[in-house]
Structures are given as C-alpha cells and as structure tokens.
Design a protein around this ligand. Structure first.
Ligand code: BJW
Length: 261
C-alpha cells in the first residue's frame, strides 16, 4: 500500500500528455453525498434499487421514485465540493488535455470548476420527458435552485411536460437503460487515447462504465486508483493509493506540480 505523498503516481501524472480522470460516488462522499455500495452508508444498503432505479419502478410508482430523487437533489444542492473535486479541477490546469468522465449524477465537479465533465449516468438536474424522443423536460415551474428537502420517504407526483403532457422523469440512467451515446463514445475514445487514467472513488462493478479504466489499461495507459478499499480495478492499476479522495488528490496534485516534467 503506497502512502501519501504518492511519488510514483505524481511522476506519471506530471509526464502524461493525455489524462482521463474517471470518478464515482466515492469522490462526493466527503461532501456528504452518500455512495451506493458502502456497507452501512451506501444508498443500496437502505433502499431497494429495483424499486427506485429502474424504468419499471418509475412505471409502477412514479410518485415514490420522483420523491426519492427530489430528496437526493435537495441533499446535493446543500452539499459543497470537497478538496477531491477541487484537486480534480486542478489536474485540468496541470494537464490541459484532460477529460473528466464521471458516473456521478451530482454537479459537484462543475461547481468545483471542472470545465465539461462527461456524465455517463446523466444528471439529477436535467429531468427528461418520458414521451417520444425523451427530450429535456419543458417545465411550467422552473427547477428551484434550493429545493425544500421533502424528506427521505416522500411521495411526490412528477410534473408533466409543458410541451407534450407526458410525465417528467429524473434525467439519470437506470439499470437496464442505455448510457447516453455521445457521453459513452467520448469516454471510450478518451480512455483509448490517454497515457494515464486516474480512477477515483468507484467500486468498478457497474457496466458498461466499468469498462472505461479497462480500455485504458488494455491500450497501455497507466491506471492510478484512489480508493480506501480494494476493488476489481486493483488488478489493472499500476499504482493503488489507499485513501480518500479529499486526502489523496490534493497531495497527488501538489506532488505532480513539483515533479520533473
Ligand atoms: C471512496 C470514498 C472516499 C467511499 N474517497 N473513495 C456486465 C456484467 C454484469 C452486469 C451488467 C453488465 N453489463 C450491463 C450489466 C447490467 C448493469 C450492471 O452493471 N449491473 C451490475 C451492478 C451487476 N448495467 C446496466 O444496467 C447499465 N445499462 C446497460 O447495461 O444497458 C444495456 C442496454 C444497451 C442498449 C439498450 C438498452 C440497454 C446501466 C447502469 C446504470 C447505473 N445507474 C446507477 C444509478 C444512477 C442514477 C442514480 O444515481 O440514482 O449509477 S447505479 C449506481 O452505480 C450509479 C453509479 O453511477 C454506479 C456506480 O457506482 P459507483 O460510483 O462506483 O459507487 P459505489 O457506491 O459502487 O462505490 C463507491 C466507491 O467509493 C467504493 O469503492 C468505496 O470504497 C469508495 N469510497 N468513500 C474515495 N471518501
């Protein structure tokens, strides 16, 4: 287990021409946004994914699903980017050819200053109409910046699209749904062409997103992993930094800034 300061990882990052940063729920954990699969605190330890995060669940009980996402949206709105998000944005300055690919549906990377993260699993802040074409929802009421927290069991009827009258759904990717094509293509291309892929705070078990670090490794990129726990990505990682994003990433960026380039 390598300890901070992460000398080898910093040298790899400092010398890289093209970098992909691939993030999961763990990077937002220190902002107070729960992960999915952590034993006690993860969302799937307390909620049933099949009743909340599938198209069938929304069809069966739209009020339950919409209420759950409104509760999560309110939590994310109250959260602030942590030093891990800020360090990720700093990597974009250190290496201008950096592509940030995130599985997260929060907006903490954007609020930390990252330019245009590729969101593989959509966004809590881009509701869609369930009608033909799944276009962005036309809402008669604007989405509130600071929504009231409805509480965790709230049932809230989803709004109807002002354009066509169909129900509005959360703009996230549920189990069994295809990922947004443009985002997946951008992520695969970036992974296939990078020298270094830095994976942060993901369990690496949800596909096809989990293919992204594997593609980079197969193409010869050095994979650096930041995670307090072991994951299936340990095997493809040149360096495993066991620690939290908010601890490890600022130290990694500081060390990369002073490493030979
Ligand atoms: C820290 C930390 C700190 C904690 N610092 N780190 C191949 C094999 C098996 C199954 C499949 C397969 N291919 C497809 C499937 C099915 C399925 C799947 O992958 N299932 C597996 C889980 C078994 N995939 C799908 O259904 C996908 N769609 C699909 O395949 O479509 C096919 C299709 C094609 C064409 C037409 C139609 C269909 C869609 C997957 C969608 C995933 N959606 C979710 C919910 C999003 C909405 C919402 O937020 O509600 O996405 S599930 C959830 O998991 C969320 C996440 O983005 C995703 C990944 O989780 P993540 O980010 O890795 O979080 P955790 O909690 O798992 O891990 C956190 C990590 O952080 C841990 O390692 C901690 O140790 C660490 N950590 N504190 C750093 N402070």
């Amino acid at each position: 287990m390598e300890q901070v300061p992460p000398t080898e990882a910093a040298a790899l990052l400092a010398q890289a021409r093209r970098v992909v940063v691939f993030t999961g729920a763990g990077i937002s954990a220190e902002s107070g946004v729960p992960t999915f699969r952590d034993d006690l605190t993860g969302l799937w330890a307390r909620f049933d994914a099949t009743q909340l995060a599938t198209p069938e669940a929304f069809h069966a009980d739209p009020d339950l699903v919409w209420g759950w996402y409104e509760w999560r949206r309110a939590r994310v709105r109250r959260a602030r980017p942590n030093p891990g998000h800020l360090a990720t944005a700093a990597i974009e300055s250190l290496c201008p050819d950096t592509v940030l690919v995130t599985q997260n549906v929060d907006d903490l990377h954007e609020r930390a200053g990252s330019r245009s993260p590729v969101h593989l699993h959509g966004s809590l802040f881009a509701p869609r109409c369930i009608g033909a074409g799944a276009h962005p929802a036309a809402l008669s009421e604007p989405v509130e910046d600071e929504p009231a927290d409805p509480g965790e069991g709230a049932r809230i009827p989803p709004p109807r699209c002002a354009h066509c009258g169909w129900l509005v759904r959360p703009g996230v990717v549920w189990f069994g749904e295809a990922l947004p094509e443009a985002a997946l293509t951008a992520a695969v291309e970036a992974a296939a062409g990078c020298d270094v892929l830095l994976t942060v705070g993901t369990s690496g078990v949800v596909y096809p997103a989990a293919e992204i670090p594997l593609i980079a490794a197969r193409r010869g990129a050095a994979v650096i992993q930041v995670n307090p726990e072991p994951t299936p990505l340990d095997d493809v990682s040149a360096v495993n930094l066991r620690g939290t994003a908010a601890q490890v990433l600022p130290a990694l960026v500081a060390a990369a800034r002073s490493a030979p380039r």
